[in-house]
Write a protein that binds this ligand. Sequence first.
Ligand code: ADP
Ligand code: TYD
Length: 208
Amino acid sequence: MRQGKFITLEGIDGAGKSTQLAWIVELLQRAELQAVVTREPGGTELGERLRAVLLDKSMTMHAETEALLMFAARREHLDKVIMPALAQGQWVISDRFTDASFAYQGGGRGLDTGKLEILEHWVQGALQPDLTLYFDVPVEVGQQRVSQIKAADRFEKERGDFFQRVRAAYLDRARQFPGRIKIIDSSQSLAEVKAAVEQTLQPLLNHG
Ligand SMILES: Nc1ncnc2c1ncn2[C@@H]1O[C@H](COP(=O)(O)OP(=O)(O)O)[C@@H](O)[C@H]1O
Ligand SMILES: Cc1cn([C@H]2C[C@H](O)[C@@H](COP(=O)(O)OP(=O)(O)O)O2)c(=O)[nH]c1=O
C-alpha cells in the first residue's frame, strides 16, 4: 500500500522553507490528510545528534566526512521515519533531503557529484520524493532574512559565494529533474509564495 506522498522542501538558508512548511501542514489538514513532518539532517534521535555536530560552528571536518554524516543521518531517517510512514500510507513532509547534499556538499563544497550519486543510491535505492518544492531566492535576500532571526550555524556563517554555488546547484538539479522539482519564486511576498505553494500542491491533493 502506498497512498501517502513524500514531499521535500529545499532552498538556501532563509529562503522561507520553515514558514511554508506550516502552510503545507495546514493545507494537508484541510484535505484531511495525515502527515509526518520531519527534517534533515535529523528526524531521529541519532540524526539529531549528528545534526548538532554538523551545525556546530566550532567543529571542523573534511567535506567528504560532512557528506558521509549527512547520508548516515539520512539512512537512519529513512529506516526509522520515512519508510515506515509511507508504508502505512501516511504523507511525509521533510524540511530538506538529498537535493540539499547535491547543493551544499556538491555545489557549495565542490564535492564530486559522482560520489554523492553513489551514496544516494546506497542509502535510498530507487526511492525519490514525489514532489520537491525548491524555494528560490537571491543569496542576499536569504542572508538578510536569516540574519534577522538567529545566530549563524556552521553553514550559515559561509560567505556569499558559497551560497551562490549552492543556489546554482539547486537550479541545476531543478533543470535536471523538472517533473519532480518545482521552483517557487520565494522572493515574492508571503501571500504570493503561499498561493504558489497551494497551486503546486493541488494536483497531489486532488489525486492523493
Ligand atoms: N516571502 C517572504 N517574504 C518576507 N519574509 C519572509 C518570507 N518568507 C519567509 N520570510 C521570513 O524570513 C525569515 C526566514 O524564513 P524561514 O522560513 O525560517 O527560512 P528557512 O527555513 O528557509 O531558513 C523568517 O523571519 C520569515 O518570517
Ligand atoms: C540535509 C542537508 C542539510 N545541509 C545543511 C543546510 C543547512 O544549512 C543546514 C541545516 O538545515 P536547516 O534545517 O534548513 O537549518 P535551519 O534550521 O537553520 O534553517 O544543513 C547540508 O549541507 N546537506 C544536507 O544534505
